[in-house]
Design a protein around this ligand. Structure first.
Ligand SMILES: Cc1cc2nc3c(=O)[nH]c(=O)nc-3n(C[C@H](O)[C@H](O)[C@H](O)COP(=O)(O)O)c2cc1C
Length: 323
């Protein structure tokens, strides 16, 4: 049995290039970091925010992700990534957001398997030689019955790996990941298989891997933003210490202050991070209220200082329900 690999999932607005470097330096551990999606269009030009994601990853194992409904735009982006030295990219067929799905992108593409098949055919025909492509997918749009046909389509192409988040588009992040599809999926897939969904603690990872030993890799998203030491814990290492979390927070906040103009933009970013990171402490309602109200650096840091000085730590950090 080959050793299991652990990946950091992409979270738009959270797992930025700044986050990746800081996370890697403090907590290490991800065999691959996937970028939040870049969304190529007819302009054939990446936005500044997208270029940041592609151009600041020296020394890190980063896989850029593409979200589109067009093989032509996909191939343009793939060539740009090839020219920047990337040899593996990822196709987002999982995003459940209403605006994305309405354009038949992300998990919206799953609603029309024949069109998806045609798009993949064109993409694999035109992909630069030597460029590996993985897919990150949900298991359908509205019904679990869609999954066998989608898997059949994925089996027709030489994917580097198949990353599956077993929820339907319509479920967003509600309920539980449908782990029950894994037995049939692992039997039928022709690709290296990565499981992604609701792994928030080493015990859950151990449970999934014991039940489905042919899984090749595990991807963690919300669990890793809640507990940045999660990958280290999955390798048998120590949980995050309070001082470590403080250093992680300060470096991230200061990096956003430098990159984004004005106090408020950095605070907005940190609000999203705190939605998850607050899971490391007990009784954080008052703290989160203060962070949501903070408009200045002074107010923001005073709330954070208080939490780190007085907050009781939670030994089993969990992300907020339904987020
Ligand atoms: C705020 C947020 C942003 C996300 N952005 C992306 C994205 O850009 N690309 C992507 O493939 N998935 C994205 N996802 C989905 C995650 O990568 C992951 O598949 C999902 O959270 C399930 O894994 P988890 O249970 O470990 O969190 C996002 C999820 C959240 C909550």
């Amino acid at each position: 049995m080959t050793e299991i690999k652990y990946y950091a999932a992409p979270l738009e607005g959270v797992t930025t290039y700044l986050w990746r470097r800081i996370h890697h330096e403090i907590f290490g551990g991800a065999d691959k970091y996937f970028t939040p999606f870049v969304s190529p269009n007819a302009n054939c030009r990446f936005q500044t925010k997208e270029l940041d994601e592609l151009d600041h990853n020296e020394g890190l194992p980063v896989v850029p992700q593409i979200l589109t409904n067009s093989a032509e735009y996909f191939l343009w982006a793939a060539r740009e990534m090839y020219d920047r030295g990337y040899r593996e990219i990822n196709f987002n067929l999982g995003c459940p957001s209403g605006t994305v799905v309405a354009k038949r992108k992300g998990s919206g593409a799953l609603a029309d398997p024949e069109a998806l098949d045609a798009m993949l055919e064109e993409i694999f025909t035109g992909l630069p030689k030597g460029m590996a492509l993985s897919i990150k997918t949900r298991i359908g749009k509205k019904s679990m019955e869609e999954w066998p046909r989608l898997l059949e389509i994925y089996n027709r192409y030489p994917l580097a790996e198949l990353i599956v988040h077993p929820r339907l588009q319509t479920e967003f992040y509600r309920g539980h990941a449908h782990r029950e599809i894994l037995s049939d999926t692992l039997r039928d897939t022709k690709h290296p298989f990565c499981y992604n969904g609701d792994v928030f603690a080493p015990e859950t990872a151990a449970e999934v891997l014991a039940e489905y030993p042919s899984i090749d890799s595990l991807m963690v998203g919300r669990g890793l933003i809640t507990d940045p030491a999660l990958l280290r814990r999955l390798h048998g290492g120590a949980p995050a210490a309070r001082e470590e979390l403080r250093t992680y927070h300060d470096r991230l906040y200061e990096a956003y202050c430098v990159r984004l103009s004005g106090d408020l933009n950095a605070i907005y970013r940190m609000r999203e991070v705190w939605n998850y990171l607050s899971g490391n402490f007990r009784d954080t309602e008052a703290f989160l209220k203060k962070v949501r109200k903070a408009k200045t650096r002074t107010d923001y840091l005073s709330a954070v200082d208080h939490l780190f000085a007085e907050g009781e730590m939670n030994p089993c950090p969990l992300p907020p329900a339904g987020k």
